[in-house]
Design a protein around this ligand. Structure first.
Ligand code: ARG
Ligand code: ZN
Length: 879
């Protein structure tokens, strides 16, 4: 591996390319170790480009076999070719055809970027900069070209040949064992959306008729034998297509839509035009091997990639700084889709949980960056929770502030005005400003400033004036490279609950910036006054989590308990319980550090009893309420001097108290209904509730619990129940866990998506003796380091899902992960650098652990042949 001194790329340096590539013809002769790619690029000089300006094409590790200009071999003196660049020193002044022949080795491609093989299938991943590993190109998203691709392979190797766009021709090559297929994509696209697939795959087919009556052939390609696991993905695809027509008026635009599932994939999935390529864990779903969460993920990721067809493909990004233009918007769209398919409040709760678990810590540590970064050294390190999840929150706030009608008008204008373009956040926002007749200059700060705003709340009630005064002050804590910030526009939805628990009418004074149930906070400090408030109300603030902020509000326990039971906003009912539990867990963690007895608050423990027995509530909602803030949540809220053992002890103590106090109610709640399996949200909610109840019983560990769990494991009729029973057995070290692990292995050893869960359960066990088991598992015959899913299931889930063992006081957890990062970095930099980000909150740890984490980081940093990806993360973690 080359050691790279990466240069910082800056948004402010953006300049259009001097040349355009209007169309290209690719001829790809697939062979395992020597695939020959002939690219015919139709190149035009930009209007402002002087004749003779050199043309510099990007490459990455390419082997050049030949270059022709307008059909004649290029003069070797007129070009410079290295594996990473092809320069034409003085290109023709008029449009010309540049033909480039390269040779690539798919089998040796362990980075899984460009053209590679996954279980014998040829496939590609080009976002962000993988196309340059196939041929020399202006590999940047503002170069839009019409692609025609001819793929050729041995018939026995690759009976299926797929490309972008529509199929236009296919046939055998007479006298050989080879065949070919030609695909034409009429929509100009950037190179990162290029894809091809060749392999021996089974197809599951269906059709979809668009709103204007066009018929689209749909297909999902999977390994033979997996055809029956595609029903849910296909169903999700058809629902996504219909939803985008109904919700945004967006119709599909090609004759075919193909999805291919592969088992070796660096990320979730990829929206290549007309040919989405997926990590198979987001396609395959079967009750015996997929959990309810897997079903929900398949639905969401299928939708996400499909929605990219308009937000990403028809309208793409001018440069990679604009990544959130497609990702934040598309995550928002897939969240809305799932909300419409499932319970909206429960979906909101789980999205906010995810945001707080992944994005908030990122935004509070050394890897913090604005939703639209201003600089990067390696773009692959910016496919982050901030770009995706906070990016979606920003779009959601836009809708909240403008209202649904203006939001939709802005979206319509965006599609109308920018279809076929590579554009920017400014252009996107301008559509909304224009459609709503408003100014979004201050709103744009959400894209510019890193860090989670903190809102300090001060609330005074005057009985005499019947007035409630709410003073909100916003600030962003200083971050590396960002000391001062300007105030954001923050929509704060709220309600005032009367004694009867009902929402009072909101009567703001004219000077208060309140519209409907929303305060619009624009200044650093702003006071909102509500009149005709007959009695001191209970304030419900930030309903539906209307902005990605933290609240500093000293609300009384009594008020929070009231909200937990009475708030008309289900999100805030859930939040009130979480807030109460967080406070209690922080108090208990403090006691644990001082070796005091851990005595959970009785009132709070009682309150959980009401959730357990309130059958009027949606079971999925009750499951969310019973799910206490995670150890990582508590660590994040503490923000400094974090002792993971104390947090773990505190959380166990509270869970145990709930399990003991409500034992019989939980036994009742843990019953399964015995109905036939269905993956729908209602049935999944029942299972979630029953298993959550069981998990509290497991911690309480009353006599008979281990037997109950083992029976649940043995009798499970689906993966959700089976894996949760296994996890409870293993994580609580209960009798029967070894037998259950062995039985699971025996049953699922040939099903890799199920085995990922087996590794994950062991990797996340919060136990002293788990560490030896985890290191031993790296030598297990089924532990394949070259498979990203398997690696994530053992090592990444250890680093992110096992705080007491990863941040172990001996430093062994840090060392183990650091060793893995170094080992993987040579082979797959993207996976290595992603794993390394698990160190991002190291400075918040108590000083001994922080020192050990720093040592591990310094050891990585001392390696001089790190990939650019890993170098970038380690440098930023240490900055
Ligand atoms: N665009 C893909 C998505 O749908 C993800 C691509 C990730 N690429 C990367 N280099 N990390 O979200
Ligand atoms: Zn995406």
């Amino acid at each position: 591996m080359r050691s790279e001194t990466a240069v910082a790329i800056r948004l402010e340096d953006y300049a259009p390319a001097p040349y355009r590539i209007s169309k290209l013809f690719l001829d790809v002769k697939l062979a395992p170790q020597a695939t020959v790619v002939t690219a015919e690029l139709h190149i035009e000089r930009g209007n402002a480009t002087k004749a003779g300006t050199p043309l510099e094409l990007d490459g990455d590790g390419l082997e050049l076999e030949g270059v022709q200009i307008d059909g004649f071999p290029a003069d070797p003196a007129a070009i410079t070719a290295t594996p990473d660049k092809l320069v034409l020193h003085s290109p023709p002044a008029d449009p010309f055809v540049l033909t480039i022949r390269t040779r690539v080795n798919p089998e040796a491609n362990t980075q899984l970027m460009g053209l590679y093989r996954s279980s014998g299938t040829y496939c590609t991943q080009c976002e962000a900069e993988g196309f340059r590993r196939i041929t020399y190109f202006l590999d940047r998203p503002d170069i839009l070209s019409v692609y025609t691709t001819r793929i050729e392979a041995r018939k026995s190797d690759a009976p299926i040949l797929l490309g972008n766009g529509n199929p236009s021709e296919a046939g055998d090559i007479p006298g050989t064992d080879r065949h070919y297929a030609i695909w034409h994509d009429p929509f100009p696209k950037p190179s990162y959306l290029f894809a091809l697939v060749g392999g021996d795959l089974a197809a599951v087919r269906d059709t979809f008729t668009t709103s204007s009556g066009r018929s689209v052939d749909l297909a999902i390609y999977v390994e033979h034998g997996r055809e029956n696991w595609c029903d849910w993905a296909m169903d999700s695809l058809k629902r996504s297509m219909r939803w985008d027509e109904e919700t945004f008026g967006l119709e599909y635009d090609l004759d075919v839509f193909n999805i291919v599932a592969v088992s070796d994939f660096n990320m979730g999935a990829m929206e290549n035009k007309g040919l989405n390529i997926f990590n198979d864990k987001y396609v395959l779903a079967d009750p015996q091997t997929a959990t309810d969460q897997d079903y929900a993920n398949v639905e969401a990721v299928i939708a996400h990639e499909y929605f990219h067809n308009w937000t990403g493909n028809r309208i793409t990004c001018r440069d990679w700084f604009q990544l959130c233009l497609k990702e934040g918007l598309t995550v928002f769209r897939d969240q809305e889709f799932s909300s419409d398919m499932r319970s909206r409040p429960v979906k909101r709760i789980s999205d906010v949980r995810l945001l707080k678990a992944h994005q908030f810590p990122e935004d509070a540590g050394p890897l913090a960056h604005p939703v639209r970064p201003r600089t990067y050294r390696e773009i692959n390190n910016f496919y982050t929770a901030t770009v995706y999840e906070k990016g979606a929150e920003v779009v959601r706030m836009l809708k909240t502030l403008l209202g649904p009608d203006s939001f939709r008008a802005g979206m319509d204008l965006y599609f109308q005005r920018h279809d076929g373009e590579a554009t920017t956040i400014e252009a996107f926002l301008a559509c909304f400003a224009e459609a709503a007749g408003t100014d979004l200059d201050q709103f744009a700060l959400w894209y510019e400033q890193a860090g989670t705003p903190l809102i300090k709340v001060d609330c005074t009630y005057s009985e005499e004036n019947q007035e409630l005064r709410l003073t909100l002050s916003q600030s962003i804590p200083p971050l590396p490279g960002q000391d001062e910030t300007d105030p954001n526009v923050i929509p704060v939805r709220f309600g005032l609950l009367g004694e009867d628990g009902k929402d009072m009418d909101l009567v703001p004074t004219p000077a208060s910036d309140v519209s409907g149930d929303m305060m619009v906070l624009k200044q650093r400090t702003q006071t909102f006054t509500l009149q005709n408030v007959q009695a001191r109300p209970v304030l419900s603030l930030l309903r539906r989590f209307s902005a990605p902020v933290r609240l500093d509000f000293d609300q009384s326990k009594q008020d929070l308990l009231f909200l937990a039971q009475r708030d008309s906003d289900p999100f805030n009912r859930w939040q009130a319980t979480q807030t109460l539990a967080t406070r209690e867990l922080i108090r208990l963690a403090g006691d644990a550090r001082q070796d005091k007895a851990l005595l959970p608050d009785v009132k709070l423990v009682d309150a959980f009893g009401e959730t357990i027995s309130d059958t009027t509530l949606d079971p999925a909602f009750r499951a969310q309420t019973l799910d206490l803030p995670s150890e990582a949540d508590i660590a994040r809220d503490l923000g400094k001097d974090v002792d993971p053992d104390a947090i773990h002890a505190a959380r166990q103590a509270l869970r145990k108290a709930i399990g003991l106090q409500h034992h019989s109610a939980l036994i009742g709640a843990a019953q399964l209904d015995g109905e036939a399996f269905s993956p729908d949200a209602a049935a999944a909610g029942q299972r979630a509730f029953a298993n959550r109840a069981l998990s509290l019983l497991a911690v309480a560990d009353e006599p008979g619990t281990a037997e109950l769990l083992k029976t649940r494991f043995d009798m499970a009729t689906n993966m959700t129940d089976r894996i949760s029973a296994l996890l409870m057995l293993v994580h609580n070290g209960l009798h029967g866990s070894e037998a259950a692990l062995a039985a699971f292995l025996n049953r699922f050893q040939d099903t890799s998506l199920a085995m990922d869960k087996w590794f994950m359960v062991q990797a996340t066990a919060p136990k002293e003796d788990a560490f030896d088991r985890i290191t031993a598992l790296t030598a297990h015959p089924l532990f394949d380091k070259t498979n990203p899913n398997r690696l994530r299931s053992l090592v990444q889930s250890f680093a992110t899902g096992n705080p007491t063992q990863f941040s172990h006081a001996s430093g062994r957890g840090f060392d183990f992960v650091a060793d893995m990062v170094l080992e993987i970095d040579n082979r797959n930099p993207q996976v290595a650098s992603r794993l390394l980000t698990s160190f991002r909150s190291w400075r918040a740890l108590e000083e001994n652990r922080a020192a050990l984490a720093k040592q591990a980081l310094l050891r990585i940093s001392a390696e001089d042949d790190l990939s650019r990806d890993t170098r970038d993360i380690v440098d930023r973690c240490l900055q």
